[in-house]
Ligand binder design. Structure first.
Ligand code: SF4
Ligand code: F3S
Length: 106
């Protein structure tokens, strides 16, 4: 499956959700995750993210391996999102910032 990684935290642009044919994105307060049990590896979402936060499970950036488990865990708790919505007003300021994991709201 594909995995949403750290750069999505506090950016949450949601362009990714509209293309998913199986509605496997789930939304939390400031991050999205993909349900690994529903993702069919269609690859459509990966290029939609304007800040390249989505990767195949076996190709997540070094140091972000824990996001595989985070997607699996939180997708069971959070509701499905399949329509785009406005990003947080300060999303731009958080693009590419390192060490955002402590800011993830559950
Ligand atoms: Fe959805 Fe396809 Fe992305 Fe998986 S790879 S999350 S099925 S759009
Ligand atoms: Fe996040 Fe990128 Fe989707 S910022 S919400 S993975 S478009």
């Amino acid at each position: 499956p594909f995995v949403v990684t750290e750069n999505c935290i506090k950016c949450k642009y949601t362009d990714c959700v509209e293309v998913c044919p199986v509605d496997c994105f789930h939304e939390g307060p400031n991050f999205l995750v993909i349900d690994p049990d529903e993702c069919i590896d269609c690859t459509l979402c990966e290029p939609e993210c304007p800040i390249s936060a989505i990767y195949p499970e076996d190709d997540v950036p070094a140091g972000q391996e824990q996001f595989v488990a985070i997607n699996a865990e939180l997708s069971k708790d959070w509701p499905v999102i399949n329509a785009r919505k406005d990003a947080p007003p300060d999303a731009k300021e958080w693009e590419g910032k390192p060490d955002k994991l402590p800011l993830l709201e559950r």
